[in-house]
Design a protein around this ligand. Sequence first.
Ligand code: DHE
Length: 726
Amino acid sequence: MKRFRILLLTVIALLLLALLAGCGGKKEKEEPTAEPAAVQEVATEAPTEAPTPTPEPPTATPEPQAAAPEESAPAEGGGEVDMELALAAFQKGGCGACHVIPGVPNAQGAIGPDLSDIGKMAAEWIASPDYTGKATTPEEYIRESIVDPNAFVVPECPGGPCLEGQMPTTLAQVLSPEELDAAVAYLASLTGEEEISMPAPEEVAAAPSELEPPPLTDEEFAKASEIWFQRCSGCHGVLRKGATGPALTPDKTLPKGTLALASIIYNGTPKGMPDWGKQGILTQEETELMAKFVQNEPPQPPEMSLADMLDTWKVLVPPEDRPTEPQTDRNWQNYFSVTLRDAGQVAIIDGDTKEIVNVVDTGYAVHISRMSATGRYVYVIGRDGKAVLIDLWMEKPDKVAESRACYDARSIDVSKYKGEEGDFYDKYAIIGCYWPPHFVILDGQTLEPLKIVSTRSYTYDTEEYHPEPRVASIVASHFKPEWIVNVKETGQVWLVNYTDPNNPTIKMLEAERFLHDGGWDATKRYFLVAANQRNKIVVVDAKESKVVAITDVGKIPHPGRGANWIDPEYGPVWGTTHLGEGLLAVIGTDPEGNPDYAWKVVRKIELLGGGSLFLKTHPKSKWIWMDFVLNPDEEIQRSVCVLAKDDITAPPKCWQVADYGRAVHMEYNMDGTEVWVSVWGKPDEPGKTGEIVIYDDETLEEIARIKDLMTPTGKFNVYNTVNDIY
Ligand code: DHE
């Protein structure tokens, strides 16, 4: 075995003791950055639920997966570090998945603190008044970080605040005492002044291709594949090539090892990976299973032909048997189609009376509802690619047709053009799929699938083939018989002309990678779509059929459809909140009246925290509403905030919507006088599965709760959705 030696002088170590301090995985004493910077008022409608106890993370004990180098390094105090043992410890623990550790192959993680100068930082933390642990020397501090990582959590990690519970508490148990000693001694020797090069992986570690993936039984593999579809593929892709989340192919995952991967899956990351274990959505066994699964080659999911789709197609009420005028006295244009996510249903709720008019079985975990151009039909798409058509003119609105266009989908829309080129109202529908990567044109009255168009093609910038370019948002142009189809991984916006649906023409616009969600400006001429992992908003001119701007915003913009209002200084604007930081970016949208501000970020407003998915307003409202669904802080994820349009720099008003679950997605009623907010609870907690809280938009007072709904998420008011009011 090859070994390397570095000597540290005792005297240097003693000097360092006076300076030194802190390492990875340690507790924050300063206020988290999620603390509202400019919040005037956090009124709590209901008491905050006590924090749920953090379950123990998984206890996988994978074998070391890399060959160790044959040198030893100096230990603090002038001794030697057994590098073979230290490397074995780092490999076993999967430490490099989260930390940068000089001299340790593949240790370039950016989740926990960089440990390049941990020997020095340890002393600084010990000396700090914020330190909550018991260590008195850097070595003790580092040992404490491994054995009892929550004794102290340093405030800053590369992606944001370090989170308690992120560092596995079982790490010490998977290491032998000698390995633990060696790891501590090596880390304590790192002051940031040594010149330690990162060994080339092939010098010291087996290449990922030589590492053996952890074995799984057929049953385990099938279970993991199902969990992957339900929880993971939306961000990482079916083929795990990455998009909103990073690529998770075996060449990337095998060097990290089961323990580190399981810890990430269980605890989440500040960069936006949900804490599946802590939330109680995945058990310890399931997180460990998924950690093993991602080290294996992903299964190749099946393709889907038109014949497969036709097999799923059902017309329950043929168009000729449907009512020719509304059969209800209710104000059907003020109906809301509400996703009951974990029930595989939508509820049609009367916005006037707040009564549930019907609950309709749909596909699994419905993502969105969109209305036909006349508003009469609701088109609902499930995550499983099943589309359902609901007729709102029936006395009791119900399903009249269904078909499945893919195995994994997020978007659906309809033809909305009426003009010189024809009347396409309620004529065609389009479904955008994640897997197979294609879109499908369907008959708008019956959901008969007519045409499949694959989106597999080449990235707009490097012109490299991509096997899984998924269809993200789709909107129907009002200027031309076209859909604007956003292809995520290749970064292309496709303008699909549907006048001859079996022979569609497509104009491909080069835009930006990782296109996701977006909405119209107030004139409905410009579509603004987030290129989320590129921190940009792409602006598409539907009239001129071109991209007119690509604007830098904050970290991971997530507008939903965004919000339009008139800014007292900058005129018409559109805004987006962000997943990656607490920021509202306001973009000028009036190239004619306010050309100096068009497509520029005119304001950046600091918010309560990141993790926001949606914002909403209405032309009659004085407020802009926003949620913080994926913020790691329980109080914040249950809160909404409003900003005043005419005084947007004033502190927002924020309050908790419920004492459980997460507040998600706002929608106005038809008149723009009420705002409906979902409380997204847990499907297996009776009484806390979810509800909708309704506020008076003028006074912000709560006026009603529609209780005991099964995990409500998106809500789509008929009138507002038809007229793109947001
Ligand atoms: Fe969504 C819109 C994709 C997670 C609720 N979501 C969209 C759109 C896309 C998308 C492409 C735009 C559709 C359009 O306008 O045509 N969403 C994805 C994902 O890939 C992602 C990140 C992960 C996944 O696995 O699905 C994801 N989305 C979520 C959620 O976790 C939410 C909160 C609950 C759920 O359904 O699982 C959620 N997404 C929504 C909602 C909209 C949406 C409510 C529509 C907003 C609107 O007002 O139009």
